[in-house]
Design a protein around this ligand. Sequence first.
Ligand code: ATP
Ligand code: MG
Length: 182
Amino acid sequence: MVGKLGHNTVGLVMVFTGDGKGKTTAALGTALRAWGQGMRVCVLQFIKGNWTTGEEKAIKYLNKGIELRRFGAGFIDFNDEESVARHKKDANEGLAVARLVIESRQYQMVILDEINYAVSYGLVDKNELVDIVKNKPKDVHLILTGRNAPQEIIEIADLVTKMDAVKHPYKKGIAAQRGIEY
Ligand code: ATP
Ligand code: MG
């Protein structure tokens, strides 16, 4: 399943942002498409906790074409210094791994899921992320998700899609559904 990209591959910087649902699922859908084309994909998830999601289970069936790692402990309590410190440590570790993974050229697509939150919550340095994005190898596709994408990242990106929250079942009290939210 390890595939090489052609000579003329243009590695894109893609951003899924906005308040509407669909950012992570759009990234995972793209990962599935790339995997189907024999590409290796690395998904690094920021902030998220350790609960098992459908995508994690699905990836186990994909014969190692997609790798997924999480950095974070779920809910951040901004009133609790320890919670914030732990999240900062995890997110910074994630960003360091992101740089290595992107530069390794072992993956033709790298997804930094919820990285925009990590920046807007002040868990990681925005300039560090901008540096990683600007200096990525030219043939590696990079996807960044999460609300509040930094303006600098939007400017560098080749593709930016903003999900618009027209309706969400949560608003009428419907809890997160298995297979839809996780
Ligand atoms: P998904 O992972 O389903 O693609 P997402 O990545 O766009 O969603 P996040 O901001 O990462 O959304 O938030 C994840 C969770 O928050 C999901 O369970 C999602 O359904 C929920 N969510 C997203 N947008 C909204 C909204 N506008 N109102 C309420 N809940 C939302
Ligand atoms: Mg998401």
